[in-house]
Write a protein that binds this ligand. Structure first.
Ligand SMILES: [Zn+2]
Length: 99
């Protein structure tokens, strides 16, 4: 049987597990910016990247693509997450403590 733990606090999770799924993707078309730069040098670069992907299975260009993120949360962290998904409260508190 699979055991899950909370991605925020590390608590072992039972049936009351919450899954957060996020998709991050560019709202512009990255291809548009590439086309005019497609000279021989870049083709060489792309060939190297493709080779790397083949070898490692990890695309190095993932900043340009969409990203699916998935987290498991305990009920407690789920409640906190829903209130402040981007951690803005925490950022604000950090900024305050610097003063
Ligand atoms: Zn938690």
């Amino acid at each position: 049987m699979l055991h899950f733990s909370c991605d925020l606090c590390g608590l072992q999770l039972d049936d009351r597990r919450y899954v957060v799924r996020m998709e991050v993707y560019p709202a512009f078309d990255p291809e548009e910016f590439d086309e005019e730069d497609l000279d021989a040098d870049h083709l060489q670069e792309i060939a190297e990247i493709l080779k790397e992907v083949e070898e490692t299975g990890q695309p190095q260009l993932d900043d340009c693509g969409s990203k699916d993120l998935r987290f498991d949360l305990c009920p407690n962290c789920h409640r906190k997450f829903v209130k402040d998904p981007l951690g803005r409260d925490q950022l604000r508190r950090l900024n305050f403590s610097k003063n």
